[in-house]
Ligand binder design. Structure first.
Ligand SMILES: Nc1ncnc2c1ncn2[C@@H]1O[C@H](COP(=O)(O)OP(=O)(O)OP(=O)(O)O)[C@@H](O)[C@H]1O
Ligand SMILES: [Mg+2]
Length: 220
């Protein structure tokens, strides 16, 4: 896969960044050629990826390693070191200058949003600000999380596409059981419930493969 550096970012806290970053890192590491994946935690306040990594303990995690990241130059150094095939950055709770610097250093900027306007609007605003500051619009990938129904997803996808952004084809649906899986160090794609596991796998795969919603003719 050509995409090397993935940033998961949001304007608001609790948007699902760590959930996506941890599952995406694991998913990328499972590609047949067994790539080396660096999961970077920039959340210096909560260290959520770090905490999840510790909860995971001895459970296998393929070629994923974790590092704390305090500045965008770390990413450039690690990405060019030759030590990693992918770098996945779990963004801080709130967007900042660091978010912009990280976005500039990324091949894909994943912006999770809920389906409601109160979540979508700040996310579109963040995307617009990143683009205004020089981030390539084509690198931005919205993805819908905490969805409640197919109708909400379709409507949110249409809204985001209407703002001129790419949006991932598969959304992630709300289920309270994800939290307890994550507390055991599992990713959403390792949920003990088969239906949630499969839903999460197609959600993460759509991000990894950049499968996007197409306005004309629906999904593509
Ligand atoms: N699909 C889902 N259904 C229900 N709960 C979820 C789902 N996805 C994630 N969660 C839970 O929502 C909470 C927030 O998710 P997460 O920690 O990934 O967000 P975040 O953007 O990383 O938050 P922060 O900004 O604090 O770093 C977590 O408790 C997580 O377990
Ligand atoms: Mg987090």
């Amino acid at each position: 896969m050509a995409q090397k550096v993935w940033l998961v970012a949001s304007q608001k806290g609790g948007a699902g960044k760590t959930t996506i970053a941890t599952a995406l890192a694991r998913h990328l590491s499972l590609e047949p050629r067994k790539p080396k994946v660096l999961l970077c935690d920039v959340d210096v306040g909560q260290h959520s990826s770090q905490l999840w990594y510790e909860l995971r303990g001895k459970l296998p995690l393929g070629g994923v390693t974790l590092k704390q990241c305090a500045k965008a130059s770390d990413i450039g150094r690690w990405a060019s070191s030759g030590d990693y095939d992918h770098v996945v950055i779990d963004g801080a709770p709130h967007a900042s200058k660091l978010t912009l610097d990280l976005a500039m250093a990324s091949d894909v900027v994943v912006l999770p949003t809920w389906t409601n306007i109160l979540s979508m609007q700040p996310t579109v605003k963040l995307a617009n600000e990143l683009v205004a500051e020089g981030v390539d619009r084509e690198t931005i990938l919205f993805t819908i999380v905490f969805a409640g129904s197919d109708f909400e997803v379709a409507s949110a996808q249409e809204t985001i596409a209407g703002h001129g952004y790419q949006v991932s084809k598969v959304a992630h649906f709300f289920s309270t059981s994800y939290g307890s899986s994550q507390d055991k160090g599992l990713t959403i794609t390792e949920s003990p419930f088969a239906s949630l596991r499969e839903q999460s796998k197609s959600f993460i795969k759509a991000i990894a493969d950049l499968q996007t919603y197409k306005v004309t003719g629906g999904q593509g």
